[in-house]
Design a protein around this ligand. Structure first.
Ligand SMILES: [Zn+2]
Length: 133
């Protein structure tokens, strides 16, 4: 019988133990969990803070856009930097969302204009047809 290995979800940070990697799925995110390259014993010997730190680092490593900005040597600053980075990313997304909403509003207005024009043309056409009779 093979040993249990620790796995983590790069999306939500959930972790669990499996014997077979094909069973290692995140039941929340429905994605494949990643194996932590250590034994079950080494992982369970760590306290909760150490586990959190390790998985936080693994999540950062798994996110290519974040990995480049946070190096191993900056580990002590990791949480502060990560939160700063995520905050600015969140602000960018909020701004992007605001722009998208504006675009949707603009498109909505344009569609109403087009519908109004279409109805006017239809009315004009009907008037012309009526005048021919
Ligand atoms: Zn997950």
């Amino acid at each position: 019988m093979s040993e249990l290995s620790p796995y983590f979800c790069p999306k939500c940070g959930h972790y669990a133990y499996f014997q077979l990697s094909r069973n290692a799925l995140c039941h929340r995110c429905h994605i494949r969990l990643r194996r932590l390259e250590m034994s079950y014993r080494t992982f369970t010997d760590m306290d909760l803070i150490e586990r959190d730190r390790l998985i936080t680092r693994k999540i950062i490593e798994a996110a290519p856009s974040l990995a480049g900005t946070i190096s191993e040597t900056e580990e002590a600053d990791n949480h502060r930097r990560l939160i700063a980075r995520l905050t600015s990313e969140y602000e960018n997304l909020t701004e992007e969302n605001r722009k998208l909403n504006q675009t949707v509003e603009w498109m909505h207005d344009t569609i109403w204009d087009l519908l109004r024009q279409r109805n006017e043309l239809k009315r004009m056409l009907e008037d012309m047809q009526a005048a021919q009779k």
